[in-house]
Every structure is written in structure tokens, then in C-alpha cells.
Ligand binder design. Structure first.
Ligand SMILES: *[C@@H]1O[C@H](CO)[C@@H](O)[C@H](O)[C@H]1NC(C)=O
Ligand SMILES: *[C@@H]1O[C@H](CO)[C@@H](O)[C@H](O)[C@H]1NC(C)=O
Ligand SMILES: *[C@@H]1O[C@H](CO)[C@@H](O)[C@H](O)[C@H]1NC(C)=O
Ligand SMILES: *[C@@H]1O[C@H](CO)[C@@H](O)[C@H](O)[C@H]1NC(C)=O
Ligand SMILES: *[C@@H]1O[C@H](CO)[C@@H](O)[C@H](O)[C@H]1NC(C)=O
Ligand SMILES: *[C@@H]1O[C@H](CO)[C@@H](O)[C@H](O)[C@H]1NC(C)=O
Length: 444
């Protein structure tokens, strides 16, 4: 009897311990948890990409979480910047589930275990922070647009600043070690999946790529020419200059083995208002732009302060980069000069450019194609890559001939450099007759 009694007691004790185990982990106080369902009326104000949207309660001026869709029943959970005001289109500056849309009646919840979960009505999880039982006690949208899950000491267990898609807000960081390493463009206005462009932080530079491996731009930082000096991370900051009341937006690097006074940075335009509400965006077109937001104005609150590939000359009389350097400036194929598509080069001459300008498929059969040559022309990869060298033109050509994917090659006769191109896209006219393009074309 006695033994049984103790067995019974320890069973009770066991039950008690077992039940209280999860409780011994910090749990999110009930009033901090939430559960929002994607249903009900749509908002009526204009937003970027012209979607329908449903605003959610979490709001910190001028940021608000919303469900939005550009194709019916395919929603993104995103952070919107801007407040409702005539003529001001609100912009999407962070998103949870690009490429993994959710449907009507999906839920966005902060569970009592601390996990933040976006799931369809049938339970399929589209996105989550994986922060269950990690000490989360609260959720907040901070005034800089960072969405955070905090522990009891105020430390961020998770922050949205660590998972950018195509946009960086002021204070947000890209990092060579551990990431986030890059911004990736959006495919199109209506299709929210990864596009073909990426802006990448590398140990010695920032670089822009078309399809991950065709570089069409990179920064030059003379500070980084020394052997063991490399970039650690780069933060979008507002930086004071040596002149009083003169502030610039900059993507500023921290260095490994650099001297303390060296902060290589990409300058992104003087601030126009006393506001740190700005963002850097890798656009659908592969261009890099900085927008700034001014609260409490009538009319359009946005201004465009910086465009990397531009057709205008800036205040200092300099063009940052011509639009012709954008891979898709002239579509599938076209000759570009001074930001304009000026020609469609065919085997029998240069014709007027139109969107239909393209090459004929050269096929893959040996002897089934030949090349026609264009003088004073560069591929979009030529300016920021070295090509292979030194190399005879005939060797460059035979590489392209043997490679079915090669659509043409580019050759600089003065330096004997060779570039192979699997896509031609935009060709830039250059004032230099030593720069040649050889375009594959099928034999008739
Ligand atoms: C939840 O309750 C605590 C304590 O009463 C309070 O400090 C906190 O602000 C509340 N949180 C919300 C989101 O209302
Ligand atoms: C969403 O859920 C409601 C019930 O809460 C239901 O009436 C409605 O049909 C659902 N919508 C869809 C598209 O499943
Ligand atoms: C390389 O880094 C070390 C510190 O890690 C430093 O002492 C050395 O001077 C650096 N070398 C050069 C060439 O900058
Ligand atoms: C960036 O690097 C610096 C130098 O190592 C470091 O102190 C800082 O915490 C890093 N910033 C972020 C956001 O990782
Ligand atoms: C800019 O605004 C901040 C507060 O947002 C204020 O402390 C600061 O003095 C302002 N600076 C100028 C130059 O107006
Ligand atoms: C042609 O390019 C080479 C370098 O590739 C340069 O040295 C030369 O000055 C250029 N000529 C003209 C006319 O621009």
C-alpha cells in the first residue's frame, strides 16, 4: 500500500514537472500575441504596384504591416511605408514571403511560444521566424521600419533588417560574413518572385549582376587595393560631411584591417529634408535608386535622390553611369548610345531599333552559322570585367563557336581581351574602333 502510495505521488510529481516544463521557458504574454486573418475589406489608398491590400493593426509611423496582392488570391505579407494622403503612393519596403504567396483566410500570428508564423488556412506554413522557445516576449515595429521580436532583456531574437529582398532602409546592413549578402530585384510589377538582378556585397566591392554571373557594375574603392584589407559589412547611413549642416545618404563600409579613418562608401545624395526616412531599392530594371520620404507635406511626399544608371547629369556635372549600361535597356538586342536605343544591328546593316529587335537563333550545328562584326561596340559586361587575356581573336572565336550557348563574342584588339556572351541584350556604342563585337547568325 505504502509503496503504491509513493508511486502514485511520484506519478503526480512527474505529471506536474512534465506539464510545467514548457512553462519554464519564457512565453509571450497573452496580450502580446496576435492572430490576424487575411479576410475582409480592402484598403482604398494607392500603393506601389497597384495591388489590393488589407492593412493590419501593427503600425508605427509611417510603417504598417499589410497583406497585398497583385494577382488575385496570391498575397504577400509586407511592410508599407507612407501614410494615406492624396497623391502619395505608399511603398513596400520589406516583405516576408516573396515567391511563396498565401491565400484568402491565411493567418499571421505571434504564437505564445514566440514563433512568428505566416500560414495558409489549411495550415501550410509559407514563412516563419523559427523563434519558438527562444525567449521572445514581445513584437514591435520600430520607428526606423525594423520589425523585431525581443527577449526579456530587450535583445532582438529576430529582426526584419536581417532579411531584405530588394530594399534597404536607413540603418539596415549587408554583411560579407553571415549575410544578408545581397538585394534581389523583383521579377515584375505583377509577379512577386525573384528577378534577374542582384546587388551583392563582396570583400572588395559592391557589384551588380545579371543572372548571378554577368557583372554589369561594381564600385571602385581605392582604399581596398591593399592585400589584407576587406569589407566586413555596409550600412545605409546618413552621414555628416565636413561642411556644417551638410548630410549625405551613404552605403558605408566597415573594414577588416582598415585604418579607422577609412570608411569607403557609396554616396547616395544629399538629404533634402531633416528626415531619415529613406530607402535604397534595386529596381525591377536592375537600376539602383534612393528615395526619401517627407512626412507632413501636402502632395507627393517622395523624392528620388539618387539613380545609379541615369540619363541626366547630376549637380556636379557628372553622369553616374549611363542607362546604356543596364542589360535590358534595349531589350533582347539593341545598340545603345547616350541612354537611347539607336539601332538594331543586323547582318546586312544597322536598322531602326524596336522592341522586336533580336538575333536569329544560330543553332548548334558546326558550320551552321557565321559571324557579323560591329565596330565600336561593347557588351554590358565589358566595362566592369576584365575578360580573358591575352588571347588571339581566332582563339576567342573558336571558344564561342564550340559553345552552343554563346551568342557572340566581344574583342578589344588593342589589349587582346576576349569576352564570351551567352546573352547579347544591350550593346553600348563606344568611341573606340578597337572594340569589336562578333554576333553569331545562322547561314541561310
Ligand atoms: C501587455 O501588458 C503589459 C503589462 O501590463 C504592458 O506593459 C504591455 O504594454 C502590454 N502590451 C500590449 C501590446 O498591449
Ligand atoms: C474564409 O473564411 C470564411 C469563414 O471565416 C468563409 O466564409 C469564406 O468562404 C472563406 N474564404 C475563402 C476564400 O475560403
Ligand atoms: C595585414 O593585417 C595585419 C593585422 O591583421 C597588419 O598587422 C598588417 O600590417 C596588414 N598588412 C598590410 C599589408 O596591410
Ligand atoms: C559591422 O561591422 C562592425 C565592425 O566589425 C561591427 O562592429 C558591427 O556590429 C557590424 N554591424 C552589423 C549590423 O553587423
Ligand atoms: C532634425 O530633427 C531632429 C529630430 O527629429 C532634431 O533633433 C534636429 O535638431 C533636427 N535638425 C535640424 C538641422 O533641423
Ligand atoms: C580606345 O581604348 C583604349 C583602351 O582600351 C584607349 O587607350 C584608347 O585611348 C581608346 N581610344 C579612343 C579613341 O577612345
Amino acid at each position: 500500500m505504502v509503496a503504491n502510495y509513493y508511486t502514485f505521488l511520484s506519478f503526480i510529481l512527474f505529471l506536474f514537472l512534465f506539464r510545467s516544463l514548457p512553462i519554464s521557458d519564457a512565453v509571450v504574454p497573452a496580450n502580446e500575441t496576435f492572430h490576424y486573418v487575411n479576410q475582409g475589406d480592402f484598403g482604398t489608398f494607392e500603393s506601389e504596384y497597384a495591388p489590393t491590400y488589407r492593412p493590419l493593426p501593427p503600425f508605427t509611423f509611417p510603417f504598417q504591416l499589410c497583406f497585398y496582392n497583385t494577382t488575385p488570391n496570391a498575397y504577400t505579407l509586407a511592410l508599407r511605408m507612407g501614410t494615406r494622403r492624396d497623391q502619395t503612393v505608399m511603398r513596400w519596403v520589406w516583405e516576408a514571403n516573396r515567391g511563396k504567396p498565401i491565400r484568402e483566410n491565411a493567418t499571421f500570428s505571434l504564437l505564445s511560444n514566440g514563433n512568428l508564423v505566416l500560414a495558409d488556412a489549411n495550415g501550410r506554413i509559407a514563412w516563419q521566424t523559427n523563434t519558438a522557445n527562444k525567449g521572445v516576449v514581445g513584437f514591435a515595429i520600430l520607428s526606423d521600419g525594423n520589425i523585431v521580436l525581443r527577449d526579456s532583456k530587450g535583445k532582438f531574437v529576430w529582426q526584419s533588417f536581417d532579411s531584405p529582398t530588394d530594399t534597404l532602409l536607413v540603418g539596415q546592413t549587408l554583411s560579407v560574413r553571415g549575410g544578408p549578402f545581397k538585394l534581389v530585384s523583383r521579377e515584375s510589377v505583377t509577379n512577386n518572385i525573384n528577378g534577374v538582378y542582384s546587388f551583392v556585397i563582396e570583400p572588395k566591392r559592391f557589384a551588380l549582376y545579371y543572372k548571378n554571373n554577368m557583372r554589369y557594375w561594381s564600385s571602385t574603392f581605392p582604399e581596398l587595393t591593399r592585400q589584407n584589407v576587406t569589407i566586413i559589412n555596409a550600412t545605409l547611413v546618413i552621414q555628416e560631411t565636413e561642411y556644417e549642416e551638410n548630410y549625405f545618404h551613404a552605403l558605408r563600409c566597415n573594414l577588416q584591417n582598415g585604418q579607422f579613418f577609412e570608411f569607403p562608401s557609396l554616396d547616395l545624395g544629399q538629404i533634402r529634408y531633416n528626415s531619415s526616412l529613406s530607402y535604397l531599392r534595386l529596381g525591377i530594371d536592375g537600376n539602383l535608386r534612393l528615395f526619401t520620404y517627407r512626412a507632413n507635406v501636402r502632395g507627393n511626399a517622395w523624392s528620388l535622390l539618387y539613380t545609379l544608371f541615369d540619363r541626366r547629369v547630376n549637380e556636379n556635372g557628372m553622369v553616374f553611369e549611363d542607362e546604356c549600361q543596364l542589360p535590358n535597356r534595349c531589350g533582347k538586342f539593341g545598340l545603345c548610345e547616350d541612354s537611347q536605343c539607336v539601332g538594331c544591328p543586323k547582318p546586312n546593316g544597322v536598322f531602326a531599333w524596336s522592341k522586336d529587335c533580336d538575333t536569329k537563333s544560330p543553332g548548334c550545328k558546326a558550320g551552321g552559322f557565321t559571324y557579323y562584326v560591329l565596330k565600336g561596340v561593347d557588351h554590358f559586361t565589358v566595362k566592369y570585367t576584365t575578360g580573358t587575356r591575352p588571347e588571339k581573336r581566332s582563339d576567342c572565336e573558336s571558344k564561342c563557336t564550340k559553345d552552343c550557348k554563346c551568342m557572340g563574342y566581344f574583342y578589344h584588339t588593342d589589349k587582346s581581351r576576349c569576352w564570351i556572351a551567352n546573352e547579347l541584350k544591350t550593346l553600348t556604342r563606344v568611341a573606340n574602333s578597337t572594340h569589336l563585337a562578333y554576333i553569331k547568325t545562322p547561314n541561310k
